[in-house]
Design a protein around this ligand. Structure first.
Ligand SMILES: [Zn+2]
Length: 136
C-alpha cells in the first residue's frame, strides 16, 4: 500500500542546495521540484513534494538568487471600464515571490467583476546558485 511521506524541511533545503550547486541554474520551480524530488526518491520512494513547497523553502536559502520573469499578455494589461456594468474598474495588487508589488488584475466595486492577470501571465522563476567568495 503506497503511503505518502512528507520530507522534513531541512532535508528538502539540503537537497535544493545540492541540486543548485550542481546545476548552477534551474529554469523554473517545477523543474527544481522535479530534481529535488528525484533526490528524495533515492532515500524513500514514498516522499512527495510540491513545487509550491519548494518555492517556499528555496527563498530561505541565502545562497540562492531568484529572478522573476513576467510574461505579459498585451491584451490584458489595460482595462478601464467594467465589461459587465461599465463602471470604472480598480486595480488589484499582489506580491510576487520577490516581495515586489505587482499589478495582478482588476475589480469592479459595483458588480464584483474581477479579472486576475496572474492566471493569464504566470510568473516564471529562475533559481541561481551564488558562490560566496572565500567560502564554499
Ligand atoms: Zn461592474
Amino acid at each position: 500500500m503506497p503511503t505518502k511521506k512528507i520530507p522534513k524541511q531541512d532535508f528538502v533545503i539540503n537537497l535544493i542546495k545540492e541540486v543548485l550547486r550542481k546545476r548552477g541554474v534551474v529554469q523554473s520551480q517545477e523543474d527544481l521540484c522535479y530534481h529535488v524530488l528525484d533526490g528524495l526518491k533515492k532515500y524513500d520512494k514514498k516522499y512527495v513534494l510540491s513545487p509550491r513547497r519548494v518555492k517556499e523553502l528555496v527563498i530561505k536559502i541565502p545562497n540562492v538568487e531568484i529572478k522573476a520573469k513576467t510574461k505579459k499578455i498585451p491584451k490584458m494589461t489595460k482595462l478601464d471600464k467594467c465589461p459587465v456594468c461599465d463602471k470604472k474598474v480598480s486595480k488589484i495588487y499582489g506580491k510576487n515571490l520577490l516581495n515586489k508589488k505587482i499589478h495582478i488584475g482588476y475589480v469592479c466595486r459595483r458588480c464584483g467583476y474581477t479579472t486576475d492577470l496572474e492566471s493569464f501571465m504566470p510568473m516564471k522563476y529562475l533559481f541561481l546558485w551564488k558562490t560566496v567568495k572565500g567560502k564554499v
